[in-house]
Design a protein around this ligand. Structure first.
Ligand code: NAG
Ligand code: NAG
Ligand code: NAG
Length: 571
């Protein structure tokens, strides 16, 4: 009897000790985590003035039938390279510091000259309203501040973000897509990293406003969220809207449902997914959706197809949705694979290069126009479509298609090559390429053809620089970053470093960095006095991460939205 009691006591003691150890090991990460209090800040939620959007009735209500999927998960492939022998070296650390210094310089100028405004004008040093007047640059930069260990400024910005007033705007409508990817994405990711509850409350408030945009007869949202129309229940889907606009709100709204437990956001975007599924094989290029869509009549008979402007993130979000749902929803993988087959057949092309460049085994993504009896392939590259390298490679790892990882690398290297082909060391917004005459097989250099189709003032391979600006876009470094994390190939970091140095040399102003007018200009660039919020949210974040240890925002723990905001993946 006594022995049993003492044995029980021992067992109980061991049990208790185990609990204490477990609890402290659970508690450890959060006690390491910086907190607002340790910086003397109060990240306090302050409700918006005016209307609480969640109290408005839906004019076109639907039962919330789309629940978060709970079925057995498909095992998604590991994304990152096995970096077991990873060592931090001095060169990489110096490069990381240089990127951080560039960020701090631009951020400090924003704080000084444009605090709480959407954008800083980086030449004249003023504030600018471009996205509703809700401090777009600040909200977009929150998670970069966290990732770069700039915690004091993170809490300064988080405190201001938690007090944003969605009723404080002079605009009558807001761009639904941009507000979702920048503001909602920025707040959700800052919450996912810091755990500050006020940020989730502010995100939820915005999510409730965005949710109202789905209150249309067929539950497909328009391009603009017009406040008055939303209040009056007079919204209707657009007849000629960019396909990416309603079709890439999914990652943000899904994360909001996961974090709040309120299924309505996920239900709303699932109805857009239903639409994508219904129409994927009904377009003029079955498997892809056109650049613009009549969302009101649900027709997809426009003739132009691209992975660039207008359609880009629709495609980007298919594999990423599979990730955020932990592989529990098979239709995103199906749609992704069906679309990529068509992309490989009709949009990707090789440039015709002189023999000295033959070691560049590269690809670009162009456009296709479908005529009644033929398909025109337009070999035009865009900075925006440079994200496709990362998309192919990520999908290739997740769904175990090694060929797609290779395609991704060739696309990423194509964009990097195009950077180095211009005097500014930076790629233009839009440019033409003289393609190989066949998709497969040898591609001999043809001087005659080059003289006829090419532009002899540009490097051999190019036919024009139709839009010669560079506006601080991130997509080229985004794909290099993803490819580096996937392959562990150190040489990609050298490519990224050259890219960073060129961007700095050609865009730096007295205050920050600016869009430039013409990357083909010799000897100096003309600054356009514009610094969109993605410079701090995306471009510098990707540069920082590629020079950081690979467990910082590991792609096996996070999935990034199209504005480079990392969301935590489900376990
Ligand atoms: C409204 O927003 C502007 C920035 O766009 C800010 O300067 C102003 O203080 C805000 N007003 C209120 C009442 O919050
Ligand atoms: C579209 O067609 C492809 C190829 O025939 C098929 O694999 C895919 O499942 C179809 N997609 C839908 C949504 O029906
Ligand atoms: C697309 O289809 C709609 C309805 O079927 C038709 O009215 C419209 O003319 C078509 N547009 C094109 C570009 O073919």
């Amino acid at each position: 009897m006594d022995r049993r009691i003492s044995r029980l006591a021992v067992v109980a003691g061991v049990f208790l000790l185990a609990i204490i150890l477990l609890r402290s090991s659970y508690a450890a990460p959060s006690s390491d985590r910086p907190s607002a209090a340790s910086f003397g800040r109060d990240v306090r939620f302050q409700p918006s003035s005016g209307l609480d959007w969640s109290t408005l009735p839906q004019r076109f209500p639907v039962p919330l039938t789309h629940q978060l999927p709970t079925g057995p998960p498909r095992r998604l492939g590991r994304v990152q390279h096995e970096f077991s022998k990873y060592k931090r070296d001095a060169t990489t650390k110096k490069r990381q510091d240089a990127v951080r210094a560039a960020f701090v310089r631009s951020w400090n100028s924003y704080k000084k000259h444009a605090w709480l405004r959407d954008e800083l004008t980086p030449v004249t040093g003023e504030g600018k309203t471009t996205f509703g007047g809700w401090a777009a640059t600040m909200v977009d930069a929150l998670d970069t501040l966290w990732i770069m260990d700039l915690h004091e400024d993170f809490f300064l910005a988080a405190a201001a973000a938690a007090q944003l007033d969605w009723a404080n705007t002079t605009d009558t409508s807001v761009n639904l897509f941009e507000t979702t990817i920048r503001h909602l994405g920025g707040l959700l990711s800052a919450y996912d990293l810091s755990g500050e509850p006020a940020l989730l409350r502010k995100a939820t408030e915005l999510g409730n406003m965005i949710y109202m945009a789905f209150d249309t007869p067929n539950r497909l949202p328009g391009f603009w969220l017009n406040f008055e129309n939303a209040k009056q229940g007079q919204q209707i889907a657009g007849i000629n809207d960019p396909s990416a606009s309603p079709c890439s709100l999914s990652l943000e709204m899904t994360r909001l449902t996961q974090l709040t437990g309120d299924v309505k956001y996920y239900d709303a975007i699932s109805r857009v997914t239903d639409f994508l599924e219904r129409t994927q094989n009904k377009s003029k290029l079955p498997g892809m959706w056109p650049k613009t869509i009549n969302f009101r009549d649900e027709t997809v008979n426009e003739s132009g197809f691209t992975l660039g402007a207008l359609a880009d993130s629709l495609y980007e979000y298919l594999p990423k949705m599979a990730v955020i749902l932990g592989g529990r929803e098979p239709r995103y993988e199906r749609m992704h694979l069906a679309a990529m087959d068509v992309v490989v057949d009709h949009l990707l092309f090789r440039p015709m290069l002189p023999d000295s460049e033959k070691h560049h085994d590269i690809l670009f993504a162009g456009d296709a126009y479908v005529h009644p009896d033929s398909i025109d392939h337009n070999p035009e590259g865009q900075h925006l479509s440079c994200f496709t390298g990362g998309m192919f490679a990520l999908g290739g790892k997740l769904f175990d298609i090694p060929e797609h990882v290779k395609i991704g690398e060739r696309l990423a290297r194509g964009c990097a090559w195009a950077y180095e082909a211009f005097p500014a060391g930076v790629m233009p917004e839009i440019f033409g390429i003289v393609p190989c005459s066949s998709a497969q097989g040898p591609c001999p250099w043809d001087e005659e053809r080059w003289r006829k189709d090419g532009d002899e003032s540009l490097k051999k391979g190019f036919s024009n620089a139709r839009d010669p600006r560079y506006i601080l876009r991130p997509e080229a470094i985004e794909s290099l970053f993803i490819l580096y994390r996937i392959t562990g190939n150190e040489e990609l970091r050298d490519v990224a470093w050259r890219m960073f140095q060129s961007i700095m040399a050609s865009t730096e102003t007295i205050l920050a960095n600016s869009a430039i007018a013409d990357v083909t200009a010799q000897g100096g660039t003309t600054k356009l006095d514009s610094m969109e919020s993605f410079w701090l949210a995306e471009t510098l974040k990707y540069f920082y991460l590629i020079f950081s240890p690979p467990d910082l925002i590991s792609l096996d723990e996070f999935v990034l939205n199209t504005e480079a905001h990392p969301f935590r993946r489900p376990k």
